[in-house]
Design a protein around this ligand. Sequence first.
Ligand code: DGJ
Length: 347
Amino acid sequence: MEIKKEFDRLLSLCICVLTVAGACAADWVQGGVWTDTDGNRINAHGAGIMLHEGIYYWYGERKGKDTYRSPGVGWECYRTEAGGVSCYSSRDLKNWKFEGVVLQPDTIDSASDIHPTMVIERPKVVYNDKTRKFVMWMHIDNPYYSAARAGVAVGDSPTGPFTYIRSERPNNSESRDMTVFKDDDGKAYHIYSSEGNSTLHISRLSDDYLSQSGSFSRNFSGRFREAPAIFKHDGKYYMVTSGCSGWSPNEAEWAVAASIMGPWKTIDNPCRGKDADKTFYGQSTCVFPVNDGSRRSFIIMFDRWNKNDLIDSRYMWLPIELNGDSMIIPWREKVDVYNSMADIAAE
Ligand code: DGJ
């Protein structure tokens, strides 16, 4: 009888462990429900992932519960209340701890750029080694996406709190989809869709990263590229962008340059596999480095938008395969980067 009891106890323990492991693995399917260490859905869209002192920080748009369509706008302008910017941290890229809403929306001042009625998209954070501040840039807009501005906030720690400073039209130009890139020499660049989204501007930031330096270039003129995700490898700069079709997926494109300011050479669609012409139903948002065994490689992150219920938009991570002068993003059903992640050292 005692033996039977012990057997039953062990059996239920095994079932329990297997259930937890099974749930975890299922969560890391591309476009599946990805949860944090508390079991809550990760709510951080249009993300940027920053590696700082051996810890990854995932920043993203905190979408509100209800999705609605902005009245009077011709295109499918679906949106939610702007909930500020969320941050999650992880050492292994698998277990993500919610660090809170590190840029809080301003719920008091209805004229504020970060009032919930506004748009806060694609936040990206970089660390300034000189000032020892964490600087966040983001797309700020009104409910009709006609303000086309860039906002900047600053914090003393990667987990904030970040203090909102101001928004601007960088170099007196429109700024919508955007990212920020910090180069090896410590210079940082703000890359944003401008001129009615027809042209991508690359603008060097000031030394403290809090404003534009005045030096910028115009790229991909007339090509209408959005969602820039950029990285550097072996002295060359690589960029993946999407086309312009609101929340609906389209074909990605990659480009390469010897200098970040350009000229950029557009190559082709890097995606391979089923639905590659629709970027696997995703849209690029950032690239982050991983340690793939002995060498540095890169993962590209995509949003899989659900325009009817934006908070339920999902995420995808796919490997970037660089080979000589070619770049390929192959489809993978599951996220399979973990084994090489656990021992990533501070870079
Ligand atoms: C496409 C952009 O990439 C998204 O960040 C968002 O601004 C949507 N457009 C809005 O339709």
